[in-house]
Design a protein around this ligand. Structure first.
Ligand code: NAP
Length: 262
């Protein structure tokens, strides 16, 4: 008997990278659960994908910054044993730099990019552990590695996603769960317009289909970190290697010589 493919729950599936993941996973024969705020767009996408791919698609309209809505998505992840892949894709960028944002905007962005992603992951992980399998794809950004580029609190939210993904892979990998962080650079979606930026001012913008197809190559290889636009994988390996080389040096009973008071 062949085992059926796991269903995939995708957040931010109404447009952009999330909608493209939905299309690609549907083509692979996976049933889907689409999550976002815009029901009409998800209905239209679902109708097209059902017709093209014959898969089952459920729609969960939810604002992931709203506690009740987030709770409903968490419950679905806890209870629906068919869902074997979670794509934490919903996200937004901040308008302007840090000094341009008010406290509410900062809080909203953290609730969407950090809190909802973390809570959805926490909701699904115990069931994945019980089932001995499951996969989580987290959309970070190359800005996680580029604090020099001013994007307000956005870059820090993506650094959180990268670190969380890496540490989850260490903890959960031996339990049969695969966690991937995807780090796109500029990709042509609505995120730019939504955050008051003109994508056409940026050189080297990737089309969304190419981005997701490349990310899925990394997924199929079970990479922990996938950086679709980076030409030389050795640069990431050298960076990660330099970081890891520091680890044995962190635990010291004395402060480093340069910090000791004279
Ligand atoms: P996008 O085109 O703006 O799409 C964002 C998606 O998130 C939409 O489906 C939107 O749907 C959903 N969303 C936004 N706020 C939400 C909320 N409060 N609750 C539920 N869903 C919400 O953005 P994208 O470029 O595809 O971005 C997808 C992910 O990739 C994000 O995490 C982003 O940070 C990351 N990324 C993008 C780029 C890039 O250049 N495009 C680069 C690096 C990383 P509704 O409006 O219908 O809710």
């Amino acid at each position: 008997m062949t085992q059926s493919l796991p269903a995939v729950l995708i957040t931010g599936a109404s447009t952009g990278i999330g909608a493209t993941y939905a299309e690609r996973f549907a083509r692979r024969g996976h049933d889907l659960v689409l999550v976002a705020r815009d029901q009409d767009r998800m209905e239209a996408l679902a109708a097209r994908l059902r017709a093209e791919s014959g898969v089952q698609i459920d729609i969960l309209k939810a604002d992931l910054t709203n506690g009740d809505d987030l709770g409903r998505v968490e419950a679905r992840l806890r209870e629906d044993e068919k869902i074997g892949i979670l794509v934490n894709n919903a996200g937004a960028a901040a308008h302007g730099g840090f000094a341009d944002q008010d406290a509410e905007a900062v809080d909203w962005l953290i609730r969407l990019n950090v809190t909802s992603l973390t809570r959805l992951t926490a909701a699904v992980v115990p069931r994945f552990i019980r089932q001995g399998q499951g996969a989580i794809i987290n959309l970070a950004s190359v800005l996680a590695l580029a604090p020099e580029i001013s994007f307000g609190v956005y870059s820090a939210t993506k650094a959180f996603v990268l670190t969380l993904s890496q540490s989850l892979q260490v903890e959960l990998g031996p339990k049969g769960i695969y966690v991937q962080a995807v780090l796109p650079a500029a990709t042509r979606t609505e995120i730019w317009e939504r955050s008051g930026r003109d994508v056409n001012q940026i050189p080297g913008v990737m089309e969304v289909g190419e981005l997701v197809d490349a990310a899925l190559v990394g997924f199929d290889r079970h990479e922990t970190v996938t950086i679709p636009p980076l030409p030389d994988a050795g640069q990431w390996e050298a960076f990660n290697g330099a970081r890891q080389a520091m680890l044995p040096n962190f635990l010291q009973s004395r402060a480093a010589e340069r910090y000791r008071a004279a």
